[in-house]
Design a protein around this ligand. Structure first.
Ligand SMILES: Cc1ncc(COP(=O)(O)O)c(C=O)c1O
Length: 342
């Protein structure tokens, strides 16, 4: 048996999803004439309480199109020092939007309005104007934690006070929504734009979406074109995303239960620590405290038993549950962990 817990990006389209994709109605999406893309955009816009949506190739493209749409070159963007946009998007905001990022360290893994406020620039010719705050939900590097809605509201008030816009990197907003019992459209109220991925927990092979008001999405469409992301008969892949939204959204709770099983098993082993309070969705971050082993050693030992995990730092391991990891496979992984390290 194998349990591939490296990432929810490893999900593969099943037979039914592939069939729906093969049969999708298509048109030229650069002309706005792909009926499947249009349907997907309309459905997700409605779910998120926004006027319009724009289908994009990836989560990175969604974030970068949004950053460019909401800023001018020379401005500054505040975000968490652990944010995907800062950590893993190859410096794209500087390269593509000409903005400077202002990463802020959060004291407990989730940025607060209080922590953001001092980073907002005063009106002074020496400073780049702060024009955008980016948040992330769920927080990837903080173990899939859910960004509390109450804090988002406080940050929105702060942003409004200073005339600052807000973007949400909601690559896994689906997970946050089912786990917190908060509809997507509630989150949508507090951001000019949100990006959501279809290719992670939902299990579609390709694609993300940016949602916002119609004018913002019209501008975003131009940046998507500039980045080479104007796809033609994209309905083939949008159909997979549509299938994923319709069939795989609510079942994310199963992945969350399985992540808890793994977290509790690992936390009971000597030399391994998991902050159980932070295991709120499908990601488990493990600290290897055993001095004789690094995260890499542990990942290698598990791989020999066909349990695949990612070492994200010298002492940091990440395990992710998803559509393609069954209950049986999770129990197998838990048994292997106990056998090797119990
Ligand atoms: C929080 C977050 N945002 C954005 C992305 C980027 O998505 P993509 O890999 O589709 O570019 C990821 C990818 O893992 C992510 O975890």
């Amino acid at each position: 048996m194998q349990a591939d817990l490296r990432s929810d990006t490893f999900t593969k389209p099943g037979k039914e999803m592939r069939q729906v994709m093969a049969n999708a109605e298509v048109g030229d999406d650069v002309f706005g004439e792909d009926p499947t893309v249009n349907k997907l955009q309309d459905i997700v816009a409605e779910m998120t309480g926004k006027e319009a949506g724009l289908f994009v190739a990836s989560g990175t493209m969604g974030n970068q199109v949004a950053v460019n749409t909401l800023t001018q070159p020379g401005q500054e963007v505040i975000l968490d020092a652990n944010a995907h946009i800062f950590f893993y998007e190859a410096g794209a905001p500087a390269l593509l939007s000409g903005v400077q990022l202002r990463p802020v360290k959060s004291s407990n893994g989730i940025l607060t309005a209080e922590e953001i406020e001092p980073a907002i620039r005063a009106d002074n010719i020496h400073f780049p104007p702060t024009s955008l705050i980016c948040l992330e939900n769920t927080l990837n590097r903080a173990g899939g934690r859910i960004f509390p809605l109450e804090e988002i509201k406080k940050i929105r008030l702060l942003a409004d006070k200073h005339g600052i816009k807000m973007h949400l990197d909601g690559a896994r907003l689906w997970n946050a929504s089912v786990a917190a019992g908060i509809p997507l459209h509630e989150y949508g109220k507090y951001f000019e734009t949100m990006s959501l991925c279809f290719s992670k927990g939902l299990g579609a092979p390709v694609g993300s979406i940016v949602v916002g008001d119609s004018k913002t999405i019209d501008r975003a469409r131009r940046y998507r074109k500039i980045y080479g992301g104007g796809m033609r008969q994209a309905g083939i892949i949008a159909a997979g995303a549509l299938y994923a939204v319709e069939n795989n959204f609510k079942r994310l709770t199963e992945d969350h239960k399985r992540a808890k099983i793994l977290a509790e098993t690992i936390n009971s082993l000597n030399g391994f620590e998991v902050n159980l309070d932070s295991v709120q969705t499908n990601i488990v971050i493990v600290t290897v405290t055993r001095k004789d082993l690094t995260a890499e050693n542990v990942a290698d030992m598990l791989a020999e038993k066909e349990v695949l995990v990612l070492a994200l730092g010298e002492r940091m391991l990440r395990l992710v549950t998803h559509l393609d990891v069954s209950e049986e496979e999770v129990l197998y992984a838990a048994d292997v962990l106990k056998e090797l390290f119990g």
